[in-house]
Structure formats: structure tokens, C-alpha cells
Design a protein around this ligand. Structure first.
Ligand code: NAD
Length: 286
């Protein structure tokens, strides 16, 4: 039976360290990390995410700047706000909560955020830096997965790593991070042939597709490490991952549950990026 990777525990530990680091930074330099979150419209899920980010700021002692804009906000108004925040020295990280209403152009909004304040790591400059391996910020979910693997003492070098999913937010950066740690990485997606056979070769299997319980025991090698990024609802409206936990966990050596696995890491990594950005913008080495 697999050992369960407890994302809540790992996240709490990382937050404890971040809180201490933040207090030290404030005491020694007077700098308090600041995160600005912009929400356009009233999507209920987005409102919950924004609230959780605000609470995380409070917990760690960050300044939290919240901008709740109306559904009818124009592109120009949104870009103007980003431009003001780009220049505000108290704001070290800027996050625009996605999805944006249809009339707004998501790409130009994300590209308008100053790369050094882009704590989601979506700006092409930061994406390019991740490719090169010389980065300050990492996309939060893949960074959270790496933190979980490290906390579990997983050696990545030389391992067969299979990532299912190639989104810009999860699959692609996830693959790059595993490659940088010398994993032998295969990226699978909706057009991949023989998916089950490829997955069955994986020492480390990361699944980010958004399909409830898609990965079943026959797709998993005995003793594999299985990381489930998916957040879905099953037929009973219960939260579940992309992995069929019940059938896969007896075969895996380590596995993340849903909920309580990768999920709790994402906002924590956003906080880590913001603290790192605050230091970098003030010329403080990490
Ligand atoms: P996405 O829809 O942008 O991408 C899905 C990817 O899965 C695509 O690249 C597609 O090619 C691949 N795919 C789809 N069907 C497939 C199939 N049958 N076989 C193989 N590949 C297939 O999704 P995303 O934004 O990367 O998110 C993936 C999942 O992760 C979702 O459930 C999402 O809710 C979850 N997610 C969780 C967190 C977190 O904090 N835990 C963060 C982001 C996303």
C-alpha cells in the first residue's frame, strides 16, 4: 500500500518557514512583502481563490492589496491599474485572477505585468527563464509538486518521469522542472498513442488532465510515485483527482490524495514567489 504524501502537512511546514523569513526580513530591512490580487467580475470560484490568497497574506504577515473590479471593466482600465501597480514599490507581486470576462484579452493583460512582479510566472520572460533554468519565480502548481517530491525524499535524477497534460500552467512547466532535475521526461497529451503503456513505464507519474479517475491501476507500474494534480467532481459530486486513488494506491509506493495533496501547495508557492520577488526587487540575495 502506498504511503500518502500529505500536502496539508508539507504546506504548513513551508508556510511556517515563510512566516519566519518574512518577520526576519521586516525586522532587518523594514520590507514587508506585498501581493496585489485583481479580480474582475464575480465568478464564485474566483472569489474563493482570492479570499484564500488574502488569508494566506494575513497568516504570513504580507501586505495584501485587493482590487475587486466590476464585470464591465474595460481593457484600458485594467491595464491602467496594472501599470500603477507595476510602479508601486510596496507591491512586489501582482496576480490577475483568471478566467477574465470574455471581452478582456487575457494574453495582453498577463503580458502587461512587470516580469519581476509576475508571481504566477505566466509572463513570456519568466516562461523563457524556466526553460533556461535560470529563474526567480516558478509557476505555483508545478513548484508545489517539486516541493512535495523533495519533502518525501524522492530522487528525480535518472528516473523515468511521465507527465500527462501539456498546459502552459501545469504540464509544460512541470516537465521542464523534472528535466532540470535530470529526470528522463515524457510528455503525454490527448493525442498520445499507447498512453497506458507509456504510463506503465513511469517511476514518477504526474497527472494533470482534468478527467475524474482517468488513471487506473493497469496504467501504473508497481512501486511508482504518483502525483495527482487534477481537481474534479465524481459522479456523486465528491471532489476527486485524475487518478483512481482506490485502485492505484495499492500499487504505488507514494501517492498524493485529492483533496489534501497538490492543492494545498499552490497558494503556498504563490506566497514563496512573492517573498522571493520582494527580496529580488530590493537587491537582497535569497
Ligand atoms: P487543461 O485543460 O489546460 O489541460 C489538460 C491537458 O490534458 C491538455 O494538455 C490535454 O492534452 C491533456 N488531456 C486531456 N485529455 C486527455 C486524455 N484523455 N489523455 C491524455 N491527455 C489528455 O488543464 P490544466 O489547467 O493543466 O489542469 C489540469 C487539471 O489540474 C484540472 O483538473 C485542474 O483543475 C487541475 N489543476 C489543479 C491545480 C491545483 O492547485 N491542484 C492547479 C491547476 C490545475
Amino acid at each position: 500500500m502506498a504511503q500518502i504524501i500529505n500536502g496539508k502537512e508539507v504546506s504548513a511546514k513551508v508556510r511556517e518557514n515563510l512566516k519566519k523569513e518574512t518577520a526576519d526580513l521586516l525586522e532587518s530591512t523594514g520590507i514587508c512583502p506585498g501581493l496585489a490580487v485583481i479580480l474582475v467580475g464575480s465568478d464564485p470560484a474566483s472569489q474563493v481563490y482570492v479570499r484564500n490568497k488574502h488569508l494566506a497574506c494575513e497568516e504570513l504577515g504580507f501586505h495584501s492589496f485587493e482590487y475587486k473590479l466590476s464585470e464591465n471593466t474595460t481593457q484600458e482600465q485594467l491595464l491602467d491599474l496594472i501599470s500603477v501597480l507595476n510602479k508601486n514599490p510596496k507591491v512586489h507581486g501582482i496576480l490577475v485572477q483568471l478566467p477574465l470576462p470574455d471581452h478582456l484579452d487575457e494574453q495582453s493583460v498577463l503580458y502587461a505585468i512587470a516580469p519581476e512582479k509576475d508571481v504566477d510566472a505566466f509572463h513570456p520572460m519568466n516562461v523563457g527563464k524556466i526553460m533556461i533554468g535560470n529563474y526567480e519565480v516558478l509557476p505555483c502548481t508545478p513548484a508545489g509538486v517539486m516541493e512535495l517530491l523533495d519533502a518525501s525524499g524522492v530522487e528525480i535524477a535518472g528516473k523515468n518521469c511521465v507527465v500527462i497534460g501539456r498546459s502552459n500552467i501545469v504540464g509544460k512547466p512541470m516537465s521542464m522542472l523534472l528535466l532540470q532535475r535530470s529526470g528522463t521526461v515524457t510528455i503525454c497529451h490527448s493525442k498520445t498513442k499507447n498512453l497506458a503503456d507509456i504510463c506503465a513505464q513511469a517511476d514518477i507519474l504526474v497527472v494533470a488532465i482534468g478527467k475524474p479517475k482517468f488513471v487506473t491501476a493497469d496504467m501504473v507500474k508497481e512501486g511508482a510515485i504518483v502525483i495527482d494534480v487534477g481537481i474534479n467532481r465524481d459522479e456523486n459530486n465528491k471532489l476527486c483527482g485524475d487518478v483512481d486513488f482506490e485502485s492505484v494506491s495499492p500499487k504505488a509506493s507514494l501517492i498524493t490524495p485529492v483533496p489534501g495533496g497538490v492543492g494545498p501547495m499552490t497558494i503556498t508557492m504563490l506566497m514563496k514567489n512573492t517573498l522571493r520577488a520582494a527580496k529580488a526587487q530590493n537587491g537582497i540575495k535569497d
